[in-house]
Ligand binder design. Structure first.
Ligand SMILES: [Zn+2]
Length: 94
C-alpha cells in the first residue's frame, strides 16, 4: 500500500472518519461507487471503506476519473479555487 503525505491506509481512514481539519488538503477521498471525490472534511455521508480510494491531490483523483463532490465548490475544492466571499457583500454598501 502506498502512502500519501506520509500517511498509510489506516491513518488515512482514521482521518477520514474523524474529519480532522489538519488533514484538509493533504489528501482527497474518492468513492468508487459514486465516482465522486472530496476533501477529508467533507460533510457528506461516510462511504464504505471498501469503496474508498485515497489520492494525494484533487488532480490525481480527477485523472483517475472521479468528479468533485457538490460540497467541493463551496469549500474551494480542487486546490486552486478561491473562495468567493467579498462579492456577496457589495449589494449592502448602504
Ligand atoms: Zn464533499
Amino acid at each position: 500500500m502506498e502512502t500519501i503525505s506520509g500517511l498509510d491506509a489506516e491513518a488515512l481512514n482514521r482521518a477520514r472518519i474523524s474529519r480532522d481539519p489538519r488533514f484538509d488538503g493533504k489528501f482527497y477521498i474518492a468513492v468508487t461507487s459514486t465516482g465522486i471525490y472530496c476533501r477529508p472534511i467533507c460533510p457528506s455521508r461516510y462511504a464504505k471503506r471498501a469503496n474508498v480510494r485515497f489520492f494525494a491531490s484533487a488532480a490525481a483523483a480527477e485523472a483517475a476519473g472521479f468528479r468533485p463532490c457538490r460540497h467541493a465548490g463551496v469549500a474551494g475544492h480542487g486546490g486552486g479555487g478561491t473562495p468567493r466571499l467579498a462579492s456577496d457583500q457589495r449589494g449592502r454598501a448602504r
